[in-house]
Design a binder for this molecule. Structure first.
Ligand SMILES: [Zn+2]
Ligand SMILES: [Zn+2]
Length: 333
């Protein structure tokens, strides 16, 4: 089994368990490949999260601490990668990009080059719209919508345009949680279906009745543009089960986008748990298996492999082999 995206409580404030415990769990669960992808440091204090500024810590010191945490993470993750383990689990070190804005996207590129001896790939993610985090809490998500003139079409376009910027600069091998904006999208939010404006007029419809990706041509075009770009450099799209543990009906990305990935991006999916805690290692994978085999009916899964020379490549696993993996037996269905 594989995961291409994970964190720990050692190196990110919202993580829970130590990296040693997270990786021990991956070994215990006999993962074939487990990628360690701590967030790249944010360099502007305006992107600090409340938990990173607790107590009397100054903003500059908090930003500095992110830098130190990242270097410590790289050292630690490399040591885990190099250390033999009982299940022969292969650990690959990467980083999750913080595509906050153009400054961070450029910095991500610089960071990848600076640490290319250890950091072999990145998970290309966007967690902000108009400088406001969209996966932190409902209040922030609402603020991001307000910053987009209270218009859902504008909000989604803003997200996909920033994602495109991140994609074109970084060409991330794995594209993270493609539709993370849906985490706090309230299904009861009423919008004008033509414009995307939040509205309480009688013609407004609940967002649950609208398929945002297909509803507005502008959004559909932006998604297709992004996928075609990912296709052009051979990037992979992760199926990320953190949405399922947060009680959404589907992983990231949802079926509507996955169908477009099949059309425009060769159906190149990898699997990720995006774990921040021991209990999240391989979390909701049985639901993901159903999603992969029954809903999406994929014929193969992709995964990353590091050779003895330290070169990374993507491999495929036919779906029959994926389904009969010993992981499912030992981790019960
Ligand atoms: Zn993320
Ligand atoms: Zn993550």
């Amino acid at each position: 089994m594989h995961s291409h995206h994970s964190h720990s409580g050692d190196y990110v404030a919202h993580g829970v368990d130590p990296l040693e415990d997270v990786t021990s769990k991956a070994i215990e669960k006999k993962f074939h490949t487990y990628c360690l992808t701590e967030h790249m440091p944010r360099i502007n204090a305006k992107f600090l999260y409340p938990e990173e500024q607790e107590g009397s810590i100054q903003q500059d010191a908090a930003v500095q601490r992110l830098q130190e945490n990242f270097l410590n993470f790289l050292r630690h993750a490399k040591a885990i990668q190099d250390r033999p383990n009982a299940s022969n689990t292969k650990f690959i070190v990467g980083t999750e990009i913080e595509g906050c804005d153009e400054e961070h996207i450029s910095y991500g590129k610089q960071l990848m080059a600076q640490h290319n001896d250890v950091v072999k790939f990145c998970v290309g993610s966007v967690h902000h719209i108009r400088d406001i985090p969209i996966d932190f809490d409902q209040q922030c998500w609402n603020q991001a919508l307000m910053a987009c003139n209270n218009n859902l079409q504008t909000m989604l376009l803003s997200y996909f345009n920033l994602q495109y910027k991140m994609l074109t600069v970084l060409k991330p091998l794995v594209v993270g949680h493609f539709d993370i904006y849906k985490l706090y999208l309230p299904p009861t939010l009423r919008i004008n279906p033509k414009t995307g404006d939040v509205s309480d007029e009688s013609t407004a419809v609940p967002v649950s009745q609208v398929q945002p990706i297909h509803f507005w041509d502008s959004v559909h075009k932006a998604v297709v543009r992004n996928l075609q770009f990912i296709e052009s450099y051979g990037g992979l799209i992760e199926i990320n089960t953190s949405a399922l543990r947060k009680k959404l009906a589907e992983p990231y990305p949802g079926r509507d986008i996955c169908e477009l990935v099949k059309t425009y991006c060769g159906g190149r999916f990898v699997l990720s748990d995006d774990a921040h805690a021991v209990t999240q290692v391989g979390v909701c994978y049985e639901q993901a298996l159903k999603y992969i085999t029954e809903t999406l009916q994929l014929t193969q899964m992709y995964y990353l492999e590091l050779n003895a020379q330290g070169d990374l490549s993507s491999k495929t696993l036919p779906i029959e082999q994926f389904k009969s993996n010993a992981f499912w037996g030992s981790n019960h269905l």
